[in-house]
Design a protein around this ligand. Structure first.
Ligand SMILES: [Fe+2]
Ligand SMILES: [Fe+2]
Length: 252
C-alpha cells in the first residue's frame, strides 16, 4: 500500500515536471512567434511608407531632377503642424502625406508639363488638373496618411483669398493641411533652382511671401512659418540628394 502511494506521488511529480517543461516550451515558441510577427509588421509599415515616397518620386520624376523637394516639403510641413499645436493633424502623418501633393502630375502630358515657354490658357487649365487627378488617385482610402494626402493634393493651390484653384475655396474652407503645404511649397519653389529659373535668396523669398499674407496664405500659418524660419533653414541645409533613397526622414 505504502509503495503504491509512493509510486503514485512519484509519477504525479514526474508528470507535473513534464507539464512545466511543456509549458515553458509553448511560452518560448509563442514569444518567438510574437517577436517574428512584430518584426513583420515593422517591415510592412516601412515598406508602406517607402512605397508612398516612391510613388511621389514617380510623379516628380519628369520635371524634378532630384527627390529632395518632396522630402523638404514633408519635413517643413511636419514642423509647421507641430508648431501650430493642433490635434487633428499628426506631424508624422503630414510628413508622409505632403510629399504626394503633386502626384497628379503623372496625368499631365510631357509637352505641357515640360514646355519651356509660357503656357496658353488651355495648357494652364490642363496643368491645373493635376490637383483633381491627384485627389482621384488617392481617393477612397481608409488610411489616415492617404486621406490627408488626398486633401493636400486637391487643395494645395487654393488661396486664402479665394483666388486659387481648382475650387476657388477661401479661408478656413481650405483644409488646414493644404494651407500648410501651400506655404512650404511656395517657399521651396522660390528658394530652389529650376530649369527655367534661378533660386531666390531666402530674404527675397520671404519678402515675396510676406506680401501674400492673407492673400495667398493663411496668415496664422505664415506667421508660424516665419517665426520658425531658423528651423526651416536648418532642414533646408540638412536635406541632401541622397536622403531620398536612404529614407532618412525625421521629425524636427
Ligand atoms: Fe501642385
Ligand atoms: Fe511642389
Amino acid at each position: 500500500m505504502k509503495i503504491d502511494k509512493f509510486r503514485a506521488k512519484y509519477s504525479d511529480a514526474d508528470q507535473l515536471k513534464k507539464y512545466a517543461e511543456d509549458l515553458v516550451k509553448i511560452y518560448k515558441s509563442e514569444k518567438q512567434k510574437r517577436k517574428e510577427l512584430k518584426a513583420a509588421n515593422v517591415e510592412l509599415h516601412k515598406a508602406y511608407l517607402e512605397t508612398i515616397y516612391r510613388l511621389a518620386i514617380a510623379a516628380e520624376y519628369r520635371d524634378e531632377d532630384t527627390g529632395d523637394h518632396i522630402i523638404r516639403i514633408g519635413r517643413y510641413s511636419a514642423l509647421i503642424a507641430k508648431k501650430l499645436r493642433i490635434s487633428d493633424i499628426k506631424p508624422e502623418d503630414i510628413l508622409y502625406a505632403a510629399p504626394m501633393h503633386d502626384i497628379g502630375k503623372i496625368g499631365i502630358p510631357d509637352n505641357i508639363l515640360l514646355k519651356p515657354g509660357k503656357l496658353t490658357d488651355e495648357e494652364f487649365d490642363i496643368v491645373k488638373s493635376h490637383t483633381t487627378i491627384g485627389a482621384k488617385i488617392l481617393s477612397n482610402s481608409n488610411a489616415k496618411k492617404i486621406m490627408l494626402a488626398e486633401q493636400i493634393a486637391l487643395s494645395h493651390h487654393e488661396k486664402w483669398n479665394g483666388q486659387g484653384y481648382p475650387n476657388g475655396l477661401s479661408g478656413e474652407d481650405i483644409p488646414l493641411a493644404a494651407r500648410i503645404v501651400a506655404v512650404v511649397d511656395v517657399f521651396d519653389a522660390l528658394t530652389s533652382k529650376r530649369p527655367y529659373k534661378k533660386s531666390f535668396p531666402v530674404e527675397v523669398a520671404l519678402n515675396i511671401m510676406k506680401k501674400e499674407r492673407g492673400q495667398h496664405f493663411d496668415p496664422d500659418v505664415l506667421d508660424i512659418f516665419l517665426a520658425n524660419i531658423d528651423r526651416i533653414l536648418k532642414i533646408m541645409g540638412s536635406v541632401k540628394k541622397d536622403d531620398f533613397f536612404a529614407f532618412k526622414l525625421s521629425l524636427e
